[in-house]
Ligand binder design. Structure first.
Ligand code: C5P
Length: 401
């Protein structure tokens, strides 16, 4: 794992999201990183040094001097770190960082740091939307810092909006991406990859739809991995709660199969590789009711009509594109997968079986087999991030042929 063996300096400022930092520390430690925590004086109202020190396995500093007169060298702390993560970063701490208002240990350490700095802002929605915060975040980016944007949702004030600190898993992923980005070979540099992901929702009436359990995880993992390898990535996703951590990815959100098809063909001529991981609904209601359907009758019949097959259409219009499809089968798996490879004019198909525990739709893991017209490869059960690596390694090996 990328953060393994790395020295992570976590700076905590005084916001309610500070409670989440415990999980962040635990996750960094679990992945083999060394963690040093420093906090602003205000942060101690929200978390205790004891809990942070217990998790990080190191004393936590908040002052320039200890009671016994020892100096907590901000210079040493800053130079020790491979990366500094300010989480949560309040509007106040952000402003001090940007303007050099060096009145506590966190800011002095930040100003002495030469390593990459990650900022996970957290504040109430109006503070987050305030022009001064926006400007300070832009300035932070112009200093070369990496922002992990606040997320949408319920805030401590009870209001709902953007301002919640990104989840620890997201922050961890951004830091991990940073390290792997600096070690990974840019093997897809110069290639454009289009990926479809997630389910599609087919409207029945203004409030109901036909959908499926696809989470979009596999497609998002593929997009992140392709971007790390230097590809230009266009991700076309149906409704999914996945969060992208790589800003280089061009995300287009769609709802129905028809919208997905239209979006794909806005880009199709320009792409080198097309990967269809979306679980597209095969059928859609023939007519969408204009008003909410009332529950008057005992039975309700909805007439369905076949949706366009996006990948098949891509196959029919293929000129130079390398096309990868997915097959989720419950019976005659290999035969069916190979059939789809032919029928949809693909270069490669990834089979995942619902019979394998941990494989398929909603899970974080997947177990795949890959087929081309002449080859077959079987892989072990792995995280979807690792499966994405296997798939792209295979694609690259085919492109070199
Ligand atoms: O035919 P089947 O649905 O099993 O094929 C699965 C593959 O085709 C997946 O790669 C899926 O993304 C793609 N597909 C599509 N449009 C559809 C149905 C499937 O792109 N309407």
């Amino acid at each position: 794992m990328s953060v393994s063996g790395k020295k992570i300096l976590i700076a905590v400022s005084g916001g309610i999201a500070a409670y989440k930092v415990h999980f962040l520390i635990r996750d960094f430690i679990k992945q083999g990183a060394e963690v040093q925590v420093i906090i602003t004086p205000d942060a101690e109202h929200f978390v205790t040094k004891l809990s942070l020190a217990t998790l990080s396995k190191k004393p936590v500093y908040s002052d320039f001097y200890d009671v016994n007169g020892t100096w907590n060298s901000h210079v040493e702390l800053a130079l020790w770190a491979d990366v500094m993560v300010v989480a949560p970063c309040t509007a106040n701490t952000l402003s001090k960082m940007i303007h050099g208002m060096c009145d506590n240990l966190v800011i002095a350490t930040y100003m002495s740091a030469k390593c990459p700095v990650f900022i996970a802002p957290a504040m109430d929605l109006d503070m987050y939307a305030h022009p001064s915060t926006k400007r300070n975040l832009e300035l932070a980016e112009s200093y070369g810092h990496i922002i992990v944007p606040a997320e949408n949702g319920e805030l401590a004030s009870g209001l709902i909006g953007q301002g919640r600190m990104a989840e620890p898993a997201t922050i961890l992923k951004v830091v991990n991406n940073y390290f792997s980005d600096h070690t990974i070979e840019k093997s897809l540099q110069g290639r454009t990859v289009l990926i479809t992901a997630g389910p599609t929702y087919e409207a029945i009436d203004p409030v109901r739809f036909i959908g499926n359990h696809s989470s979009g995880k596999m497609g998002f993992s593929l997009a992140e991995e392709a971007a790390k390898r230097g590809a230009k990535v266009i991700l076309i996703s149906g409704p999914s709660s996945q969060v992208l951590t790589d800003k280089r990815i061009e995300l287009h959100k769609v709802t129905s199969a028809k919208e997905m098809l239209a979006k794909v063909f806005e880009f199709y001529d320009r792409i080198d590789i097309g990967i269809a991981s979306a679980a597209v609904a095969d059928y859609a209601p023939k007519d969408v009711a204009k008003e909410k359907i009332k529950k008057n009758d005992e039975n309700l019949t909805i007439e369905l009509v076949k949706n366009p097959d996006i990948l098949k259409t891509m196959g029919e219009k293929k000129t130079h594109q390398f096309l990868v499809g997915f097959a989720l089968e419950t019976q005659n798996e290999e035969e069916n997968a190979k059939g789809k490879l032919e029928k949809k004019n693909l270069d490669m198909i990834v089979l995942n079986s619902l019979r394998d525990e941990g494989a398929g739709f909603k899970n974080d893991t997947n177990k795949i087999k890959i087929f081309t017209k002449t080859e077959k490869r079987e892989f072990d059960l792995k995280s979807k991030d690792d499966v994405a690596k296997d798939i792209l390694n295979f694609v690259e090996s085919q492109l070199l042929k």
